[in-house]
Design a binder for this molecule. Structure first.
Ligand SMILES: Cc1cc2nc3c(=O)[nH]c(=O)nc-3n(C[C@H](O)[C@H](O)[C@H](O)COP(=O)(O)OP(=O)(O)OC[C@H]3O[C@@H](n4cnc5c(N)ncnc54)[C@H](O)[C@@H]3O)c2cc1C
Length: 408
């Protein structure tokens, strides 16, 4: 039987972006009771996007803390417990185990995010640099500053691509290695994938596609196609895994990507989830959706925090959005589509911009642009409003039947 722990605190597991927004959402909803945030890192909530961008190469690393720790304690009145991991959840008993101690909660918000998938080679791991945490970012930053000349980056997704871009900005030679022939094409389509490879190459990056790293030595690496590449540093961004193993056996539904929630971001009675691990049944897109990116983590955190403390629960839905910064250009994606649906309607790269759209029935379902901020904003509005294709195209200033790439 479910316990009623009305006087127990609201507990947030995960001191990241979604966890912080959940605390803010709970306070904004009028909750004045105890709020405990448990985080397994030693740092208060910080921002991850800069870590693969200027954080690793700027003369001084930008401040990534999302809020001053004093503000967290004094303004939001959060009891911060850092360097501690949640290890077990008892849903009917409304309690969570942290170390040896069981903590009662009135409601709990799961916001544990993803962890980097690890890559190992013949050499000890000190030569390898993943980038997910601020500790990772600081380690890579110090290594680059200590006179790295040739950097190899495994993985040409967003994080690997940004690492290539920021490392090149310091004049360091970069080899970008991808096991697939068209990196990011599954999400963005072949044409955008090709344009991004072209962008890397036009910025002096040696891009190696369809191969991996076979062996690492002090100053070079052997690729699986037999070629040797100079490399005194090997960084990687090869995707991640949800930090949900501790929920096994709790009865919370896990689908391999994270926690399956209802439209109120509720995973079980009194249990909410937010951020990279959470999926929700989207009315707008008529499917269970995940958006493991900054904007959704922020929006979901607020919603889960509100719903965890309020009787007037608010359904969650959003038009997924993310951005990436490459060689001084901004790539943005909005909506939901698989890469094979993306049609390029403007291509002015390498110096200008790029716009690709996806259509579903009579509607625009996604847009991807490079240096197309206004158009992405317009597209997001039309996706949210479920406007007809012709209305959206008119507003975007695009031909009604943009089936063919138009190189400007
Ligand atoms: C290098 C990098 C660059 C990025 N750039 C962009 C970008 O340009 N644009 C964009 O849209 N998105 C970007 N993202 C994605 C964005 O940062 C994430 O979507 C966002 O951080 C997710 O927030 P979250 O709170 O769900 O998870 P996280 O920020 O990962 O926070 C979760 C926290 O929970 C902790 N935790 C895990 N398990 C436990 C446990 N059992 N007990 C206690 N604590 C636990 C974790 O250690 C972590 O501190 C980037 C991500 C990375 C890593």
């Amino acid at each position: 039987m479910m316990r009623q722990n009305a006087d127990a605190p609201v507990i947030i597991i995960g001191a990241g972006l979604a966890g912080l927004r959940a605390a803010e959402g709970a306070r904004r909803a009028g909750y004045t009771g105890a709020l405990v945030m448990i985080g397994d890192e030693e740092h208060p909530p910080y921002d991850r996007p800069p870590l693969s961008k200027d954080f690793i190469t700027a003369p001084a690393p930008p401040d990534v803390l999302l809020r001053d720790p004093d503000e967290l304690r004094n303004e939001l009145n959060i009891e911060l417990r850092l360097g501690q991991a949640a290890e077990q959840l008892d849903v009917p008993g409304k309690r969570v185990r942290v170390g040896q101690a069981w903590l009662d909660y009135s409601s709990i918000i799961l916001a544990t995010g993803y962890r980097s998938r690890t890559f190992s080679t013949n050499r000890e791991e000190q030569n390898l640099y993943p980038v997910r945490t601020v500790t990772d970012g600081m380690r890579l930053r110090e290594r680059l500053a200590s006179g790295a000349r040739h950097v190899a980056i495994l993985g040409a997704g967003f994080i690997g691509s940004e690492l290539a871009s920021s490392t090149r900005s310091r004049g360091i030679s970069v080899t970008l290695i991808s096991t697939v022939r068209k990196p990011l094409s599954g999400a963005l389509g072949d044409q955008v994938a090709d344009a991004l490879v072209q962008l890397h190459r036009s910025n002096g990056v040696d891009v190696r596609l369809g191969c991996s790293i076979a062996e690492v030595s002090e100053s070079s690496i052997l690729l699986s196609d037999g070629s040797m590449v100079p490399a005194d540093v090997v960084a990687y961004g090869i995707g991640g895994e949800p930090a949900t193993e501790w929920l096994a056996g709790s009865g919370i539904e896990l689908d391999g990507f994270g926690v399956v929630c209802d439209e109120f971001l509720r995973a079980a009675p009194g249990v909410y989830a937010a951020g990279d691990i959470a999926s929700w049944p989207s009315k707008l897109f008529d499917q269970q959706l995940r958006s493991p990116h900054w904007t959704a983590a922020s929006e979901q955190g607020v919603n889960a925090g509100h719903n965890a403390v309020s009787d007037a629960k608010e359904p969650f839905d959003t038009v997924p959005y993310y951005w990436s910064d490459l060689y001084g250009k901004r790539l943005q994606f909005v909506g939901v589509a698989t890469g094979d649906k993306m049609m390029v309607v403007r291509d002015e790269l390498p110096d200008g911009g790029f716009l690709a759209l996806a259509r579903s029935g009579d509607r625009i379902s996604a847009a991807c642009g490079i240096n197309m901020r206004r158009q992405i904003g317009v597209a997001r509005r039309h996706i949210r409003q479920q406007s007809s294709w012709s209305v959206a195209m008119e507003d975007l200033g695009v031909d009604q039947n943009p089936a063919v790439l138009s190189r400007v």
